[in-house]
Design a protein around this ligand. Sequence first.
Ligand SMILES: *[C@@H]1O[C@H](CO)[C@@H](O)[C@H](O)[C@H]1NC(C)=O
Ligand SMILES: *[C@@H]1O[C@H](CO)[C@@H](O)[C@H](O)[C@H]1NC(C)=O
Ligand SMILES: *[C@@H]1O[C@H](CO)[C@@H](O)[C@H](O)[C@H]1NC(C)=O
Ligand SMILES: *[C@@H]1O[C@H](CO)[C@@H](O)[C@H](O)[C@H]1NC(C)=O
Ligand SMILES: *[C@@H]1O[C@H](CO)[C@@H](O)[C@H](O)[C@H]1NC(C)=O
Ligand SMILES: *[C@@H]1O[C@H](CO)[C@@H](O)[C@H](O)[C@H]1NC(C)=O
Ligand SMILES: *[C@@H]1O[C@H](CO)[C@@H](O)[C@H](O)[C@H]1NC(C)=O
Ligand SMILES: *[C@@H]1O[C@H](CO)[C@@H](O)[C@H](O)[C@H]1NC(C)=O
Ligand SMILES: *[C@@H]1O[C@H](CO)[C@@H](O)[C@H](O)[C@H]1NC(C)=O
Ligand SMILES: *[C@@H]1O[C@H](CO)[C@@H](O)[C@H](O)[C@H]1NC(C)=O
Ligand SMILES: *[C@@H]1O[C@H](CO)[C@@H](O)[C@H](O)[C@H]1NC(C)=O
Ligand SMILES: *[C@@H]1O[C@H](CO)[C@@H](O)[C@H](O)[C@H]1NC(C)=O
Length: 421
Amino acid sequence: MARAQGARGLLAAAALLGFLQASSSFEVKDPSGKVCIIADMTVAFSVEYKSNGQKEFAHFFLPQNATVGPQSSCGKDNTSHPLLALDFGAGHSLSLNFSEHGDKYQVEELVFHYNLSDATLFHNSTAGVKKVSHTAAIQAYMGTKYRCISSKQVNMKNVNVTFSNVTLEAYLTNGTFSMNKTECAEDMVSTTAVVPTTPKQTTSQVPTTTSPVPTVSPSNPAVGKYNVTGPNGTCVLAYMGLQLNITYLKKDEKMGLDVLNFIPHNTTSSGRCDNTSAFLNLTFEKTRVIFRFALNASTEKFFLQGVNVSTTLPSEAKVPRFEASNNSMSELRATVGNSYKCSAEENLQVTDKALVNVFNVQIQVFKIDGDKFGAVEECQLDENNMLIPIIVGAALAGLVLIVLIAYLIGRKRSHAGYQTI
Ligand SMILES: *[C@@H]1O[C@H](CO)[C@@H](O)[C@H](O)[C@H]1NC(C)=O
Ligand SMILES: *[C@@H]1O[C@H](CO)[C@@H](O)[C@H](O)[C@H]1NC(C)=O
Ligand SMILES: *[C@@H]1O[C@H](CO)[C@@H](O)[C@H](O)[C@H]1NC(C)=O
Ligand SMILES: *[C@@H]1O[C@H](CO)[C@@H](O)[C@H](O)[C@H]1NC(C)=O
Ligand SMILES: *[C@@H]1O[C@H](CO)[C@@H](O)[C@H](O)[C@H]1NC(C)=O
Ligand SMILES: *[C@@H]1O[C@H](CO)[C@@H](O)[C@H](O)[C@H]1NC(C)=O
Ligand SMILES: *[C@@H]1O[C@H](CO)[C@@H](O)[C@H](O)[C@H]1NC(C)=O
Ligand SMILES: *[C@@H]1O[C@H](CO)[C@@H](O)[C@H](O)[C@H]1NC(C)=O
Ligand SMILES: *[C@@H]1O[C@H](CO)[C@@H](O)[C@H](O)[C@H]1NC(C)=O
Ligand SMILES: *[C@@H]1O[C@H](CO)[C@@H](O)[C@H](O)[C@H]1NC(C)=O
Ligand SMILES: *[C@@H]1O[C@H](CO)[C@@H](O)[C@H](O)[C@H]1NC(C)=O
Ligand SMILES: *[C@@H]1O[C@H](CO)[C@@H](O)[C@H](O)[C@H]1NC(C)=O
């Protein structure tokens, strides 16, 4: 028991050390000197072995003076695969066997040879060289470097190998790491309780999170009522719930998610209008969203053409200010004089990092008679949702009709029956 605890403590210490341990860089070259594999990583080993019949654990790192072994190669077309073999200490070797498949390459096999006779790592052990292997999970797109800051543990019989701070690329054509990278899943957005978008549009609008994540606001924003007055009176009338969803880079290089609901009574609106464009500027605390509407004179329709978002990110963000804008949108479209309405949530994509989600929106721009919404033009999503009750209703009506006909026929029959008596 005490031994197991001690081992765990050591492992924790090793993990801590691993964080401080500088990663080492290794290269494999072909006979002409062209680099085909580069690996920059921290590797920690945990090995269970027997010492005088008792279980012992050895914890150590891939040392920085490990050497790229002679078995390493760039591979020959389809006859042999690229291989990175790292030799260290008294006869230990870690090999990464690469293969390519379609547009991806992967570490097909991870092999670790360790020499239990090495008394510096394995005290009182006499057994010889052992070999363990694993079909590894590391996979990346061709022409990209694999990047994984998070640690990834590979468990084998009696040996655990933990990779961290990994930058790795095989099948290199350019002698250096590619600019583009394949990030491991562990490094991606740390919030796993991300709401799937499809059921949100068709069913209830309350996102269902599988586990509580502080950064994700699970509730829908309250509907605010906003207006802008132009030279000829009200020129923007908008009712909507407003939510921002920003993906940003954190100081630890992981991705963070900032979901922010606008609170209507703490939101100030302003804006201006001219003959062909209208601005609705909404400010909530340190966040501002500017909607720019345009007029399509030929079709007599107004539409949302641009959105500009600026906000302050949580303190863990690498860059505190966030700005995004898109000026070539075509959303929330309706005929001038009518209003656009959508009960379903709409996700307006500003950039790949910024979404503006609007809920229960009703909006009218440019021409607003009597400061009230004109005829409603429902969004497609709502019409699709409406189709279900219509179909159910139609089916029910059909059923009632069949029962009625059956009843009438039955009545006629029994009537006829009485007459024959
Ligand atoms: C590698 O470094 C370790 C210390 O980190 C040292 O004990 C060992 O002798 C070195 N090996 C070689 C081959 O330089
Ligand atoms: C290697 O691939 C080439 C074509 O890419 C093919 O002609 C050849 O037969 C393959 N060789 C082996 C050993 O599979
Ligand atoms: C085992 O190794 C320790 C040092 O790690 C040593 O003090 C001890 O004498 C050794 N025991 C045997 C049985 O070899
Ligand atoms: C490897 O990790 C597993 C669980 O993560 C643990 O149970 C096992 O003891 C570890 N083995 C070694 C050799 O550290
Ligand atoms: C990761 O490795 C790079 C060198 O490749 C090093 O500069 C950086 O400090 C390492 N980060 C951690 C957290 O170990
Ligand atoms: C090779 O890398 C350099 C620097 O990253 C880049 O400027 C160049 O375009 C690359 N060449 C090819 C053929 O990818
Ligand atoms: C990086 O990836 C993007 C998108 O996949 C692509 O458009 C671009 O050409 C890539 N850049 C390089 C240098 O391969
Ligand atoms: C919105 O309308 C109210 C009254 O209808 C008015 O007092 C207010 O100034 C308007 N707001 C803007 C931004 O035009
Ligand atoms: C926020 O944006 C991310 C990335 O685009 C997405 O996966 C997630 O579902 C969005 N969440 C909400 C609540 O809109
Ligand atoms: C909203 O404004 C009220 C005062 O009008 C203030 O007490 C409250 O703290 C504000 N809420 C937020 C979230 O800013
Ligand atoms: C609204 O935003 C637009 C675009 O940035 C700007 O030109 C305009 O001055 C803003 N209006 C108000 C009243 O803040
Ligand atoms: C305001 O009304 C006048 C007269 O109907 C019209 O000429 C002008 O274009 C209108 N201005 C705006 C901004 O709608």
